[in-house]
Every structure is written in structure tokens, then in C-alpha cells.
Write a protein that binds this ligand. Structure first.
Ligand code: SF4
Length: 238
């Protein structure tokens, strides 16, 4: 990079991003993905945790932007069903998932921080196993695509379709920001999109094994994550 070249993610100003985002409000997620692929090429990637929303975006990408990169954060603590879903998506769509993970093995983490860090300090555990690997991945990008929806959590309620991610210093694209849970599942059914079978066992939101439980009828969909604590986010979307 030359001294005069804009640093990654700073070539679209906040006002420009806001105008682009307003233009996409109410547009189809496919239109947003198509634009993202054209605008950023190899320097944009979809982050997926293999939730239903991520599966929907992968289905859309196969049609409108099949070369767009897709990555996931492997904490080494995901459910077997999640790894199996990744394999099914690979077969169905031919998508090559880029795996990102900490170099800290679970044994090394236990030695350095004590056993079952997720029980005593889930913030630190998420920082080590999710946030820092994400930061490393995003350093090489100008934009990332997420599957977040506004109605999921208070922290996501103000998400724009296209916005500046101040935390990680690049453009953040949320094609499903305005979608409801019903929109997601309607799409899954209509397009026969593969999804995690744990959703059929009352796991509304699926993360790491130690921090995910089923939800009861009437509970918030993310109530099963870090149950019994005030934590609702991994730290990826603040
Ligand atoms: S979700 Fe739980 S196990 Fe997974 S990284 Fe966060 S605290 Fe650790």
C-alpha cells in the first residue's frame, strides 16, 4: 500500500455507505449480495455460523455471486450436527468454506486459563476462540457480509443493510437486516435449504456445545445461548 492509498475499508465514506444502505432498504438480499460481490470482489467474505440465516445467504450466493468467499469460525466446540451441516452445504452448493480458528488448543486454553473457561468467563473464552480469529480474518478484507437481523437482539436492532464496522475497521453488509424469523423459515422451506437438525429439537440458535441449550415455548430465540448469564452476543456484532 502506498502512503496515499486509502486504508482498507476507508475508501467508501460513511455518508456514501449510508446512501447505499438507504437505497437497499426493502431491496432483496440477492441484490445486496450481487452488489457486494461486484464492489469488493475477493476482498469481501460472508461469515457464517451455520444458522438458518447463514444457510439462506449461502443458497442465494449460489445463484447471484457463487465466487464470493465464505468463512466460519471454528471454536473446536461446535456441535457434530453443525459440522455435518457444513458438509451438506458443501455438497449441495459446492461452496468451499474457509475455516478460521485460534491456534490455542482446548488443552492449551485449559492450562493457561483453567478448565471450562466458558463457565467462569465466557467473554474471555469468546474473545480467544471467536473475536480474535475474526479480527485476523477481517484484516485481509475491505468488507464482510453477516447474517444478522435487527429483531434478533437489542445490539442488532440498529443494524443497517450496509454500514461501517467501527470495531473491525471495514464495511459491514447485513442483507437480512430487515427480515423476520418467518421470512427466514419461509425461504428455507420454499427453496429446500439444508439447515441444522438441532433447530427441530428446540435449539432456536446454535453456537458452541457448552453454551447452547434448547429454548422453551415463548422464550426469546436466543435465550438458549449462555443461559443464566446476561451475555447475548459473542462480541462479533457490537
Ligand atoms: S460460545 Fe461458549 S464455548 Fe464458544 S467461544 Fe463463546 S464462551 Fe467459549
Amino acid at each position: 500500500m502506498t502512503a496515499t492509498a486509502p486504508p482498507p475499508g476507508r475508501d467508501l465514506r460513511v455518508e456514501e455507505l449510508r446512501a447505499i444502505s438507504e437505497g437497499f432498504e426493502g431491496a432483496s438480499p440477492e441484490a445486496v449480495l450481487y452488489w457486494a460481490a461486484g464492489e469488493f470482489g475477493e476482498e469481501v467474505a460472508l461469515a457464517t455460523g451455520f444458522g438458518a440465516e447463514g444457510c439462506v445467504l449461502i443458497d442465494m450466493l449460489a445463484r447471484v455471486a457463487p465466487r464470493l468467499r465464505v468463512f466460519y469460525l471454528d471454536t473446536d466446540l461446535l456441535f457434530p450436527e453443525t459440522y455435518q451441516l457444513a458438509a451438506r452445504l458443501n455438497v449441495r452448493y459446492g461452496v468451499r468454506f474457509e475455516r478460521r480458528a485460534t491456534r490455542l488448543t482446548l488443552d492449551a486454553q485449559a492450562e493457561a486459563y483453567g478448565e471450562r473457561l466458558w463457565e467462569r468467563d465466557p467473554e474471555e473464552c469468546c474473545r480467544l476462540r471467536k473475536v480474535e480469529p475474526l479480527r485476523e480474518m477481517l484484516k485481509g478484507l475491505r468488507a464482510w457480509v453477516t447474517a444478522i437481523r435487527r429483531e434478533q437482539t437489542p445490539a442488532r436492532a440498529r443494524a443497517e443493510v450496509v454500514e461501517r464496522d467501527a470495531k473491525f475497521g471495514l464495511v459491514k453488509i447485513n442483507p437480512l437486516a430487515g427480515w423476520s424469523e418467518r421470512d427466514v423459515w419461509t425461504y428455507v422451506v420454499e427453496h429446500d435449504v439444508p439447515y441444522n437438525p438441532l433447530h427441530d429439537l428446540s435449539y432456536a440458535s446454535v453456537g458452541c456445545v457448552p453454551c447452547t441449550t434448547p429454548v422453551r415455548i415463548g422464550e426469546d430465540p436466543r435465550a438458549g445461548r449462555w443461559r443464566g448469564t446476561a451475555k447475548t452476543e459473542c462480541g462479533l456484532h457490537r
